[in-house]
Design a protein around this ligand. Structure first.
Ligand code: HEC
Length: 128
């Protein structure tokens, strides 16, 4: 009993400690800010030349919980929509190692890479 509750506590603590929002912020400025803006509000310098405006990523949780699974799959390209006509580039090749598990707000584990896990931590931190 004590061992299993210890393991449970350890498991729920792991994703939080494994994610580094500061590292995610640096990756964001490097790969995402040209379109989504340095503040992630969709006002990047490339926004003007895109036919589909970049999403305001500070409002992702506006409808309730942060959509972790949707966000991870958009970035790594597992979301099939991306392959069919979105101006957003695929980052799957950049982040193709699936070496980290993060938890969605409802507790669903999402297998992803360290880079995307950190990006998600950054995006969670900038929610309005
Ligand atoms: C070349 C411009 C461009 C770059 C660079 C870019 N994006 Fe996007 N992104 C878009 C556009 C345009 C959309 C809105 C259209 C769509 O959803 O396909 C979008 C949509 C998204 C969405 C979907 C939001 C939702 O409501 O589901 C997420 C998440 C996202 N981007 C994250 C990122 C991250 C993180 C990076 C950096 C790793 C990044 N984007 C880099 C243009 C870009």
């Amino acid at each position: 009993m004590r061992v299993s509750s210890f393991l449970l506590a350890l498991l729920s603590a792991l994703p939080a400690t494994a994610q580094d929002a500061a590292r995610g912020a640096a990756t964001f400025q490097h790969h995402c800010a040209t379109c989504h803006g340095v503040a992630a509000d969709g006002a990047g310098p490339m926004a003007a030349v895109l036919t589909v405006p970049p999403t305001d990523l500070t409002r992702l949780a506006a409808g309730g919980a942060f959509p972790t699974i949707r966000v991870v799959m958009r970035i790594d390209g597992r979301d099939a929509l991306v392959a069919h006509g979105s101006p957003m580039p695929l980052f799957g090749q950049l982040y193709d190692r699936q070496d980290t598990t993060i938890l969605a707000p409802d507790g669903t584990p999402v297998l992803t890479s360290r880079d995307i896990a950190d990006l998600v931590a950054h995006l969670v931190a900038v929610q309005q």
